[in-house]
Write a protein that binds this ligand. Structure first.
Ligand code: 5RP
Length: 240
């Protein structure tokens, strides 16, 4: 992951730019929520570098996935369970889509349930993305992941289709059902030209079904989004 080991592709360089900008919000002594994904991997890498070089100290993190936990542990970033350090000063995470209201679709990394638990324990939530994640309407570009308990997961398919959705079971590299860190399955609701006209209403409908544990919608939660593009960094703050 370190920039010195391999030259970064253009998109990876943008993700790292966004991560570097987010690191400017981190102060010594902060308690941090550490999200999941390739953009977050840059943030964790840069955080580890700042701690090892003494630019930051006494930072404690709460990882949102086993993947982020492993990376943070390897870099010597101190970690604590959420209940021991909440409220967090800041949660940082990536996203798959960001709309004009700073509502998000997350979860292609499969960690969205834990990510939402961590975000709700944070005083501030900063999102880091490259400009390709910016959309005018959610649901046009990336699938919406929905975490379901494995028991009778197939029973969700018809009711979801009846809502005009296109659910597909996420598979892993062996073509087996992908399992989240919580042992659950994930249905991907495929994107469409119409997107989701009313994400909040759809989120409520999905949550009303027993067996659906969580969705990849993060609505009204992001305080700031850092977009990295070829022209540089653009930041957008939620007006509250
Ligand atoms: C993981 C996530 C990720 O933050 C999201 O998928 C973005 O990932 P990447 O930075 O690799 O594009 O929600 O559950």
């Amino acid at each position: 992951m370190r920039s010195t080991s391999h030259p970064l592709s253009k998109v990876e360089a943008l993700k790292r730019d966004a991560a570097r900008e987010a690191l400017r919000r981190v102060r010594s002594g902060m308690r941090l929520g550490l999200g999941t994904g390739s953009t977050m991997a840059h943030f964790v890498d840069l955080l580890g570098e700042s701690l090892s070089q003494g630019r930051l100290s006494d930072v404690v993190g709460m990882p949102t996935s086993e993947r982020t936990r492993a990376q943070a542990t390897e870099l010597g970033i101190p970690l604590e369970p959420l209940h021991a350090i909440q409220p967090l000063d800041l949660a940082v995470d990536g996203a798959d889509e960001v709309d004009l209201k700073l509502d998000l679709v997350k979860g292609l990394g499969g960690a969205f349930l834990r990510e939402k638990i961590v975000v709700q324990a944070a005083r501030r939530f900063v999102v880091i993305v490259d400009e390709s994640k910016s959309v005018d309407r959610l649901g046009r570009q990336a699938p919406l992941p929905v975490e379901v308990v494995p028991f009778s997961w197939e029973a969700h398919l018809e009711p979801l289709r009846a809502l005009g959705l296109d659910p597909v079971l996420r598979k892993d590299e062996e073509e087996e059902p992908y399992r989240t860190d919580n042992g659950n399955y994930v249905l991907h609701l495929n994107p469409s030209a119409d997107g989701f006209p009313d994400p909040a209403a759809l989120d409520r409908q999905l949550h009303s079904r027993a067996g659906i544990v969580e969705t990849g919608f993060l609505l009204g939660l992001a305080d700031e989004v850092i977009f990295a593009g070829p022209e540089g960094i653009r930041t957008v703050e939620r007006s509250r």
